[in-house]
Design a protein. Structure first.
Length: 257
């Protein structure tokens, strides 16, 4: 299977690099510099979307929202039986259809963790995508991260939790590191400790399962140190802050559409 990637920026490059494990990937980018980069990194490169159409069975659109109208219009009436996959934030299946007139459409919403092949990806399938195409798509794209099939109505909430989520996690890690500095560690040491704690806790919860609160109880012994910290989080409304953060982000995502 040959996949044509349109736009070799952050997302296009990350997806192209992950997908080449399982498919032949050909790249088109409007920028000569990006085309040269893709070529130097071992991809087949073409100089126009027309060539890309000739050489691809599926197409992945990875340009900025501002550029996508031009890209989809340039594909209008030429996509045929190919799957047209977009990871452009806020671009609905109906808008993709209106602009490209393609019949087999897939909408994705990844997050920045695609850069390390660990993206959390929402996907919605247009009605023209056949069951076996959907299965092939899921098999191929699982190499980029975890895929969640969602109704399009859930994309705003997903954008807040999983799309913007890494920024909130980075903020938490930075806050932990600052707390370490307050307690006397150099920032780099404190950051390394914070990263280990966050990634180790995620691994533990994934591997052992259970409710997160069960693990809190295991760490917080009666009258011990941890419960002192938990009391502060409770008093300051930690869960409430996080819930409001996701809610406001989701509302903003809805307004952008
Ligand atoms: N970054 C994220 O965390 C993230 C998360 C979820 C979804 N997304 C979505 O992913 C998409 C790409 O984001 P990105 O961060 O990868 O953007 P990016 O780094 O700017 O990459 C886009 C690339 O497409 C090129 N391009 C522009 N117009 C083109 C055209 N007509 N034909 C072919 N290539 C063209 C750009 O070239 P020039 O630079 O020369 O314009 C650039 O190399 C966006 O729609 C965004 O909504 C991103």
């Amino acid at each position: 299977m040959r996949l044509g990637v349109i736009g070799y920026g952050n997302m296009g490059e990350s997806f192209a690099k992950a997908l080449r494990e399982r498919a032949e990937v050909v790249v088109y980018d409007v920028s000569e510099e990006k085309r040269q980069k893709a070529w130097a990194e071992g991809f087949g490169v073409v100089k126009s979307t027309e060539f890309l159409l000739e050489h691809s069975q599926w197409l992945l659109v990875a340009v900025k929202p501002l550029d996508v109208v031009e890209v989809l219009k340039s594909l209008r009436g030429k996509v045929g039986e190919r799957l047209l996959i977009s990871l452009v934030a806020g671009l609905s299946l109906s808008k993709m259809k209106e602009l490209s007139d393609a019949s087999k459409l897939i909408r994705l919403m990844p997050n920045i963790n695609a850069l390390v092949g660990k993206a959390t990806i929402a996907c919605a399938f247009g009605s023209g995508v056949e069951e076996k195409e959907k299965e092939s798509f899921l098999k191929l794209f699982s190499v980029c991260g975890s895929l969640y099939e969602l109704k399009e109505e859930a994309f705003d909430a997903f954008t807040a939790l999983a799309g913007s989520g890494p920024a909130f996690v980075f903020r938490f890690i930075h806050a932990l590191a600052l707390a370490g500095v307050k307690e006397g560690f150099p920032y780099e040491v404190a950051k390394s400790l914070a990263l280990d704690v966050v990634s180790g806790s995620c691994e533990l919860l994934k591997e052992k399962g259970g409710h997160p609160e069960e693990w809190v109880v295991k760490v917080a012994s009666p009258g011990g140190t941890t419960i002192e910290g938990i009391r502060v989080l409770e008093e300051k409304g930690f869960a409430g802050i996080v819930i409001e953060c996701i809610q406001k982000t989701s509302e903003k995502a809805r307004k952008l559409l």
